[in-house]
Design a protein around this ligand. Structure first.
Ligand code: C2E
Ligand code: MG
Ligand code: MG
Length: 387
């Protein structure tokens, strides 16, 4: 297969050199331009598969360049780079999407070589075939990691979120960002979700037998929600493993939940009738109307980690987090803050009365075995007793 062709557009030449060097080491063919006027010609002559674009170029701005790309390189995969804060980057990402551009990533400066490597690796994933994923599911290369969720007021462990990982034979442990989109495109998300549900319920029963009583939250996509038999499948599985259904929580992102409100409502209601919890994930990034939100039978709300990680340095984010906590509570929901990375954000959330926290400050996602060890240590340090 010919190497992927990468066009770097950035006025800082040393950044161009860095990106090109890392890309070439990863087997890509790189070409860089450092002034905006040269972009149209580079698009015509180099015909890139991927473009990395700095949003701040002298003599033009990111918005103008996005417009140009929308006319000349609509299907090319695009990664946005910016020295501005993550909000600017997110707006640009949305704007790119609105122009019909295929924005696959966004990176903040200064660029870390590890982030670049991760990005280039994820591009070569595109070369993976559906058979690779199907084979990986069948041969047990997928595994679940678990990240603790802790009650902020009592420091007790509420439960865990199960996060899928791919133990790739050559490339090591891969995160969902590196394969999930492709699995969805390949139509294999159902098979992956089946694996996730079965593994989580089985794990839950193992922990339960060992006297460890935790809720397990699972992530499901909109496609999974279309499966109207899912509520029954899950409750039967719980029955077979002797797990009370209220130990299980399904997480659906706000964006996905609101895509087909009637359908989502149908499945969520049927989950709730079976006592399975449902959580609205990444809240704050989608477009729910308050009316829809109030009608949907969610039991929990998870504040998007973008707001939480930035709340200590960005007043706007702190205001948003506080408003979401109020909104959730007013709707009668428990609120979980994701992305709690330091003591300061923990304290701010505690003062605000947010119910639960999840994030690197407490623990990173880990294997089932590591979780048992972590739990002992946490309980020794914070008093015993589980919810
Ligand atoms: P999510 O459901 O919002 O999960 C939280 C993500 O935030 C996880 O990333 C977790 O590792 C990360 N995270 C947790 N605490 C912190 C923190 O303090 N700082 C930062 N920067 N990040 C933190 P992960 O495991 O890479 O998963 C990414 C996304 O992939 C998940 O976002 C979820 O939408 C999706 N996903 C994960 N597992 C599954 C799955 O089994 N099925 C489906 N359909 N989607 C999944
Ligand atoms: Mg989640
Ligand atoms: Mg989330």
């Amino acid at each position: 297969m010919p190497p992927l062709r990468l066009l770097v557009i950035d006025d800082e030449e040393d950044i161009c050199d860095l990106i090109a060097e890392v890309a070439e080491r990863r087997g890509l063919e790189a070409h860089a331009v450092s002034n905006a006027e040269a972009v149209p010609q580079a698009l015509d002559e180099f015909t890139p598969d991927i473009i990395m674009l700095d949003l701040m170029m002298p003599g033009t701005d990111g918005v103008e360049l996005l417009r140009l790309l929308a006319t000349k390189a609509k299907d090319t995969r695009l990664c946005l780079i910016s020295g501005s804060d993550s909000r600017v980057l997110n707006s640009a990402r949305r704007l790119g999407g609105a122009h019909g551009l295929n924005v696959v990533a966004a990176m903040e400066k200064p660029l870390a070589v590890s982030a670049l490597n991760g990005f280039f690796d994820s591009l070569s994933n595109a070369a993976q075939t559906p058979e690779d994923h199907a084979g990986a599911i069948a041969s047990g290369q997928f595994t679940l990691y678990y990240q603790p969720i802790v009650d902020i007021a009592t420091r007790r462990i509420k439960g865990v979120e199960a996060l899928v990982r791919w133990q790739h034979p050559e490339r090591g442990l891969l995160s969902p960002d590196e394969f999930l989109e492709k699995v969805v495109q390949d139509g294999l998300i159902q098979a992956l979700t089946d694996f996730v549900v079965k593994t989580a319920v089985h794990q839950s029963s193992l922990w339960r037998r060992a006297g460890i009583n935790l809720t397990i939250a699972l992530n499901v996509t909109a496609t999974t929600l279309l499966d109207l038999t899912l509520p029954d499948k899950i409750s039967e599985l719980c029955k077979a493993h002797d797990i009370p259904t209220d130990r299980l929580i399904l997480e659906v992102t706000e964006t996905e939940a609101m895509r087909d409100v009637t359908r989502t409502m149908d499945v969520l209601l049927r989950m709730r009738l079976r006592n399975i919890g449902v959580s609205i994930d990444d809240f704050g990034t989608g477009h729910s109307s308050l009316r829809e939100l109030q009608r949907m039978p969610f039991s929990e709300m998870k504040i998007d980690k973008g707001f939480v990680t930035d709340m200590t340095s960005n007043r706007d984010c702190a205001v948003i987090v506080n408003s979401i906590v109020d909104l959730g509570h007013n709707l009668g929901l428990k609120v979980i803050a994701e992305g709690v990375e330091n003591q300061r954000s923990w304290e701010m959330l505690r003062e605000k009365g947010c119910d639960f926290a999840q994030g690197f400050f407490i623990a990173r996602p880990m294997s089932a075995e590591a979780l048992v060890v972590w739990r002992d240590t946490w309980e020794k340090a914070n008093g015993d007793g589980l919810i």
